[in-house]
Design a protein around this ligand. Structure first.
Ligand code: HEC
Ligand code: HEC
Length: 225
């Protein structure tokens, strides 16, 4: 029953969005939900088997499914995002079809201990810089980055746990751009109770346009080499 409701809500979200997950990714999502529903005492490795279809065997991600690489992300950040999906802080906006997909999966992780074990398993993957997929003016991006982003994300985009600002260097450029776009449109982080998301939602309004955002992401990607 629970599964049917989850699948129905996934389908509804998909219909109401212009960035709808493909049939392949819907299939992978329902397979993950089913696998996790029977996983009450599973290890991190067993839990991660429900993530492989989208995030890859070694956490390398899959652009075709809009699933980011997870290997350059910090564990504290992955854990907080999974908890955010679970509580509905993230992935609840009606236009956030991919966030909704991930929310349904995170909600099926049996408990918080399971969230910690799957993150501990991901932490053992070898960090691998995601390949560049965008082109832009890195020099212009550098200026904006150092003025507006570096104070929280760090001069090398290495992240700052004290501020809960994640590392950005090495993460897929297309994913960073999409998330920045979602913050700027309020699809992510616009709920004031989402303390850290809301900070980034405010920052999403500081870059003049999508072209500059792309330049900033191209610059961030160059920091990982
Ligand atoms: C059906 C495909 C699919 C499956 C299966 C899946 N994910 Fe995801 N995941 C996604 C997508 C798509 C996103 C991007 C969501 C967005 O755009 O906000 C995502 C985002 C995430 C994020 C946020 C990363 C960030 O930097 O913001 C984490 C953490 C994550 N997934 C972990 C997991 C874990 C752990 C599992 C297994 C328990 C899993 N995912 C299973 C598709 C999937
Ligand atoms: C006030 C501190 C602060 C500043 C300044 C800031 N950020 Fe952030 N950023 C954050 C926090 C905190 C998060 C985590 C949000 C969450 O938990 O949902 C974040 C998340 C992000 C993400 C999502 C990463 C992911 O894997 O999910 C992107 C992309 C991003 N920031 C880009 C930028 C860019 C580009 C700038 C400069 C224009 C910038 N940030 C400036 C604090 C900041």
């Amino acid at each position: 029953m629970k599964l049917a409701i989850l699948l129905m809500s996934l389908a509804l979200v998909a219909c109401s969005s212009d960035q709808a997950p493909s049939a392949n990714s819907e299939q992978a999502a329902s397979a993950a939900v089913t696998a996790l529903q029977n996983s009450s005492s599973a290890s991190g490795k067993e839990l991660y088997s429900a993530c492989v279809a989208c995030h890859g065997v070694n956490g390398e991600g899959n652009k075709a499914l809009s699933a980011p690489s997870l290997t350059n992300q910090q564990s504290w950040y992955l854990e907080r995002q999974l908890l955010g999906f679970r509580s509905g802080l993230r992935g609840s906006h009606p236009d956030d079809a991919f966030g909704a997909q991930m929310q349904a999966i995170a909600k099926t992780l049996p408990n918080e201990a399971a969230v910690r074990s799957v993150v501990a398993y991901i932490a053992d993957f070898k960090a691998k810089v995601a390949p560049a997929s965008l082109e832009g003016n890195a020099k212009r991006g550098a200026d904006y980055y150092s003025n507006l982003c570096g104070a929280c994300h760090g001069p090398a985009a290495e992240g700052n746990e004290k501020l809960q600002a994640p590392a950005l260097a090495g993460v897929d450029d297309w994913y960073l751009l999409q998330q920045f776009d979602h913050f700027s449109k309020g699809i992510r982080g616009s709920d004031e109770s989402d303390r850290y998301g809301y900070q980034m939602y405010m920052m999403g309004k500081t870059l003049p346009d999508a072209d500059v955002a792309k330049d900033v992401v191209v610059y961030i990607q160059s920091l990982a080499d």
